[in-house]
Design a protein around this ligand. Structure first.
Ligand SMILES: [Fe+2]
Ligand SMILES: [Fe+2]
Length: 204
């Protein structure tokens, strides 16, 4: 299936496996669940950026770049919440984040501060890239024109965030080390996506 992923998307996002095409149809039938899940994804993006700043105050560029990102991700949360309200839907409860938990399993155990930092940056890049790819599917595949436009906006933002986390990793750590580890992450994520159940009630 990965051969269907356009070279353009591969170059931008690096992802090795395209989302199962059935996913958009499932998501469309469970819009309340998808919007709820999306809302929490945005919230977690904001809180993770806060936590990265707290753990790395000496990294001036990171602090500079992630501070506005907190605001932006929180703004995304509010946009999703507004959409939920507009549609007279209900923000549901947060679900267990299987995708992110499985990514965390692949994190380097032990290791030095630098190894852990690199994995944290690459996990964020991966989540942003996969979210971007999923938003792209929604922006192309949903029937509702307003929803397609809505997801187009998110797709564009998350593409920029993906790049930012890679750039930050390469600023603080040798580029060759970053690239090698990124290749390992992409391979792992492909296997993860391949084995995951296709569910319409969640973004990943
Ligand atoms: Fe976002
Ligand atoms: Fe983001």
């Amino acid at each position: 299936m990965e051969d269907n992923l356009s070279q353009h998307t591969k170059n931008i996002l690096g992802l090795q496996l395209q989302t199962d095409p059935r996913w958009v149809n499932l998501a469309e039938m469970q819009l309340e669940d998808i919007l709820t899940d999306h809302a929490y994804c945005e919230q977690k993006a904001a809180t993770t950026c806060i936590s990265l700043i707290q753990k790395n105050p000496e990294k001036t560029l990171l602090v500079e770049e992630l501070s506005p990102l907190v605001t932006e991700e929180w703004g995304h949360f509010r946009m999703v919440l507004a959409e939920i309200n507009k549609r007279k839907l209900q923000l549901g409860r947060q679900r267990k984040d299987i995708y992110v938990n499985k990514l965390l399993d692949f994190q380097i155990k032990g290791g030095g501060h630098e190894d852990r930092f690199l994995d944290q940056m690459l996990i964020m890049a991966l989540i942003e890239a996969r979210s971007c790819e999923r938003f792209k599917r929604l922006s192309e595949g949903l029937d509702d024109e307003n929803m397609r436009k809505f997801y187009r906006l998110f797709m564009e933002s998350e593409a920029g965030h993906y790049t930012l986390f890679i750039t930050l990793a390469e600023y603080y750590i040798d580029k060759k080390i970053v690239r090698n580890r990124w290749a390992e992450w992409l391979k792992y994520e492909k296997e993860l996506m391949n084995s995951a159940e296709v569910r319409g009630d969640r973004i990943h």
